[in-house]
Design a protein around this ligand. Structure first.
Ligand SMILES: Cc1cc2nc3c(=O)[nH]c(=O)nc-3n(C[C@H](O)[C@H](O)[C@H](O)COP(=O)(O)OP(=O)(O)OC[C@H]3O[C@@H](n4cnc5c(N)ncnc54)[C@H](O)[C@@H]3O)c2cc1C
Length: 423
């Protein structure tokens, strides 16, 4: 293996970020958003467009959290199967949320077009690849539920999956033509640019360390300044730190790491994902893979980065794609996913005018963008509620134990898989 750069491919290949300063002094706006990821940036962009004065205050850089580290699969819908969604929040609310997120990729690609965001956007669909009998059953169930709701998905058999993925290791695949892939950090930076153009104020390197009520609303404090606003949105998801750490208790943070290979040769690219779909599989300890613009294979799996994960990834890729023989990785990086107990994102009104949006459970590109736009419409009086649940969540019992269970489970699985070929 080549010497791994423990840095993200997305950071290395994203266009330059807009130049932003840290928050200094006192500012007054209608809405202040804590966190500069897809949720916060989309909310700011849409609020500014609707004439709401808005500021985003980010602890690090725009896209520092999950938004700049993810796989880049811009999918429709949620992780939860649609029937399960109806069971969890009721058929009426389930339909509203399903319908809103079925068009989430249209929203994402619409913004990319409207603001000319350079983020390696391709819209060739995604493939959910079936592994084993359980995987096939899962895909058949999802297919039936999606078709019943009018989604234009196709269930591919083993031969069709093989020709699309370029590997004979999958017995089926669910193809969703509504979806596509993006360079996620470039998309986050593009949203920041668009929000600035619409008049939003953005600050970086300004961790919010205190939030207090005032007679007219709220004030958020950083080391250098403060923002007074009628409303505050905590859009910090799995990365809730400093003065908003409390929010993190409602979610289990799960690590997911990715490796990016050297650019593949033209001969390799002719058979590996020739149509450039993004892929994830049906295994309980899931993995994902896709190509970037330079023809690198980006492969990811649950768990923190380290030699176990990279050894497992090398072996798994070799099994899937013998043509690669010995894959050489150039980059590796890790992100934190916020799993909510019901696998749904929630907007909690913590107190009057203080909101928190989190719990995307690994599906936040489309949902984060849509929820941001809906928050703007809600605050502007253009809609009565959001399509995601607006409920107060209870603390997750045994949160730390659950986090360790996932982490140790993924580690053990990867260790075990190093000596057992996939079936
Ligand atoms: C490895 C990985 C792979 C994923 N793959 C996909 C995928 O392929 N498709 C998909 O749809 N979704 C995917 N997701 C999920 C998606 O990335 C997230 O749901 C989404 O990015 C959440 O966006 P956000 O804006 O809510 O939060 P984030 O992007 O996490 O942003 C939160 C921000 O809040 C800031 N912050 C925290 N505390 C403070 C504070 N006190 N003051 C100021 N700022 C603060 C953080 O620095 C951070 O930048 C993946 C996630 C991960 C981690």
């Amino acid at each position: 293996m080549s010497k791994l750069l423990c840095d993200s491919l997305w950071r290395a290949s994203a266009p330059t970020a807009p130049v932003l300063t840290s928050l200094e002094g006192r500012l007054e706006v209608d809405v202040v958003i804590v966190g500069g990821g897809f949720t916060g940036l989309s909310a700011a962009l849409h609020m500014a467009k609707l004439g709401i004065s808005v500021a985003v205050v980010e602890a690090q850089e725009v896209g520092f959290g999950g938004s700049g580290r993810n796989v880049g699969l811009a999918n429709a819908g949620l992780w939860l199967e649609p029937d399960q969604l109806d069971k969890t929040i009721g058929a009426e609310a389930g339909k509203i949320l399903y319908d809103a997120l079925a068009v989430a990729p249209d929203y994402v690609y619409g913004l990319i077009d409207e603001y000319g965001i350079e983020c390696e956007a391709t819209r060739h669909g995604t493939l959910h690849a079936g592994v084993g009998k359980a995987g096939l059953v899962q895909l058949e169930r999802r297919y039936e539920q999606l078709v019943r709701r009018g989604a234009p998905v196709q269930l591919l058999n083993a031969a069709e999956a093989q020709s699309r993925i370029g590997s004979g290791k999958f017995n089926s695949a669910l193809f969703d033509p509504r979806a596509g892939t993006i360079q996620p950090l470039a998309y986050a930076r593009g949203l920041a640019d668009a929000a600035l153009k619409e008049g939003a104020k953005l600050f970086e390197f300004s961790p919010v360390n205190k939030i207090e009520p005032t007679p007219d609303g709220w004030v958020i404090h950083t080391d250098g300044g403060e923002v007074h606003a009628e409303k505050v949105i905590l859009a910090t998801n799995a990365y809730s730190e400093h003065g908003v750490k409390e929010q993190a208790r409602k979610f289990v943070p799960i690590f997911y790491s990715q490796l990016a290979s050297k650019p593949l040769s033209d001969a390799q690219l002719a058979s590996i994902l020739p149509n450039k779909e993004g892929v994830w599989d049906t295994c309980t300890v899931m993995s994902s893979f896709r190509l970037d613009k330079q023809g690198r294979l980006v492969f990811g799996g649950m768990g923190g980065e380290g030699s176990v994960l990279s050894n497992w990834a090398s072996q798994r890729v070799k099994e899937m794609y013998p043509i690669l023989n010995k894959v050489e990785w150039d980059y590796c990086w890790t992100g934190k996913i916020a799993y909510s107990e019901d696998h749904l994102p929630h907007c909690q009104q913590l107190q009057n005018g203080l909101f928190s949006v989190a719990g995307y459970s690994g599906r936040g590109i489309g949902p984060g963008t849509v929820v941001g736009a809906e928050l703007a419409q809600w605050f502007a009086g253009q809609r009565e509620s959001l399509s995601i649940p607006t409920t107060l969540l209870r603390d997750i019992p045994f949160r730390e134990l659950k986090r360790m269970f996932y982490e140790v489970g993924a580690h053990t699985y990867h260790l075990g898989q190093q000596s057992h070929a996939l079936d």
